[in-house]
Write a protein that binds this ligand. Structure first.
Ligand code: ATP
Length: 451
């Protein structure tokens, strides 16, 4: 596994991720996804949605607004308690997360030293992470609203609407993908901790008493997605269960799925048994009855909730760390590559941004480039393709290997003069196969699965 700096510079060089507001020197804790990054991110989100919503009869989707009635955040406890401990240095006034410093320096709060100037800290205080804004033309206390710090609360406040309009009953789930915002004290480690990020969250409503069974079920299901669908190695993933003392006040149980990042084992997803905390709170604050009435048994109850909550950006980073491979001297020992380091991005081919590259073997022969463009037009309505005629064929292959393109197609004289076939090259094995143009679409549909 490579270090994080390599991944950061690779992402910038190849157009996966740029720092936000780049020409203005960036903006702390914000990033932009470039042409390849947006494809990778979309493929991950599509896979999560397929796995969580489409493949289950009892899960439905939602896309809620980012700014909501501020009472929601009072009910959920975010206004009061969604905070991190902040330590400010007495000397240089730099700010850090107190809990992070305690872990790093392995001492108690009173003895912490500033990592920047070795100065001492002022007493730690709680810092609320919600980003505020004002709604309407007047900026006063009454017009304060928040950018949502998570997507989950929007699901709880839509639970009644969904129960009343869809044919669902516990156990059932509501899934949502969307942006969340947190005014993190110390954003960092590239896209691992940012102030604007994207979450994929599921709230799964179950009958009280069935919650422990479903908590275990979702821990297993979520691990299965990383290993079997995304193709992350099992040994690079682990589940860290929180002890009773570490649990948030609303949670009955919590397990974090961690990935072995170059920065160490870190959370990519949290799975919590939230009991009936959220629905109880929203019932109390809104005055609306949120109980589920089971007509069969005549029972009425507030469901318990199991919540798998996953960060898209952290999955992007994990996949890039997993796939990025440098091969010294290259995979072929031509003189051209002997001195070079060859990079191959061994992404699961279903997640690769570009699926197929179309490469005419010679550039100045119209008969060949015309055919190549024809093939590009044929395939690009089915798969994301790239057409490239610049440079030697070896360089063009390497350019595609580097961005993780699983297949390259070359078009040569035989294609147009003899067999109406092309050569398809595999990124990982470098094996080449001759395929008839008429069979190409079917051939590629067989190579890619609907994730
Ligand atoms: P951490 O302990 O790393 O701050 P958290 O426990 O506060 O994370 P949750 O509130 O459980 O995170 O959010 C669920 C998921 O959302 C996390 O597992 C992570 O993938 C993602 N996430 C949370 N905060 C951020 C952030 N600042 N930047 C990127 N992703 C985030």
């Amino acid at each position: 596994m490579e270090n994080l700096e390599k991944i950061v510079s690779f992402c910038k060089r190849k157009g996966f991720v740029f720092q936000s507001s780049d020409i203005y020197g960036g903006f702390g804790g914000f990033y932009d996804y470039g042409p390849l990054g947006v494809e990778l991110k979309n493929n991950i989100k599509k896979s999560w949605w397929n796995y969580t919503v489409y493949k289950r009869a009892n899960v439905v989707g939602l896309d809620s607004s980012i700014i909501m009635n501020p009472k929601i955040w009072e009910a959920s406890g975010h206004t009061k308690t969604f905070s991190d401990p902040l330590a400010e240095c007495k000397e240089c006034h730099k700010r850090f997360r107190t809990d992070h410093l305690i872990k790093e320096q392995n001492c108690d709060e009173a003895n912490l030293k500033c990592p920047n100037c070795k100065g001492l800290f002022m007493p730690s205080r709680q810092f609320n992470l919600m980003l505020r804004t004002y709604i309407g033309p007047v900026e006063d206390d009454a017009s304060v609203a928040y950018l949502r710090p998570e997507t989950a609360q929007a699901i709880f406040v839509n639970y009644r609407n969904i129960l009343d309009t869809q044919r669902v009953k516990p156990p059932f789930g509501i899934a949502q993908i969307g942006k969340g915002f947190r005014n993190e004290i110390t954003p960092g480690n590239f896209i691992f901790r940012t102030r604007e990020f994207e979450q994929m969250e599921l709230e799964f409503f179950v009958k009280p008493g069935e919650d422990e069974k479903f908590f275990e079920y979702w821990v297993n299901e979520r691990m299965r997605w990383y290993v079997e669908v995304l193709g992350i190695k099992k040994e690079n993933l682990r589940i860290a269960y929180q002890s009773k003392e570490d649990l948030a006040h609303y949670a009955k149980a919590c397990g974090d799925i961690e990935y072995k990042f170059p920065i160490g084992w870190s959370e990519i997803e949290g799975i919590a048994n939230r009991g009936d905390f959220d629905l109880t709170q929203h019932e109390k604050y809104s005055g609306v009855d949120l109980k589920y009435f089971d007509a069969e048994s005549g029972e009425s109850y507030l469901p318990y909730v199991i919540e798998p909550s996953c960060g898209v950006d952290r999955v992007v980073l994990a996949l890039l760390c997993e796939a990025y491979t440098e091969i010294e001297g290259g995979r072929t020992t031509t003189t051209e590559s002997a001195k070079e380091i060859e990079t191959v991005l061994r992404l699961n081919k279903n997640l690769s941004p570009v699926k197929i590259a179309i490469l005419p073997l010679v550039k100045n022969k119209e008969i060949i480039t015309e055919k190549a463009k024809e093939i590009y037009n044929l395939l690009s309505s089915h798969f994301y393709c790239e057409y490239d005629e610049a440079g030697t064929i070896g360089r063009r292959y390497r350019r595609q290997d580097e961005i993780g393109t699983p297949y390259c197609i070359t078009i040569d004289f035989d294609t147009v003069e003899k067999d109406n076939s092309v050569t398809v090259r595999d990124r990982d094995t470098m094996a080449q196969e001759r395929i008839e143009i008429d069979n190409l679409i079917m051939y590629f549909y067989k190579q890619f699965n609907n994730l």
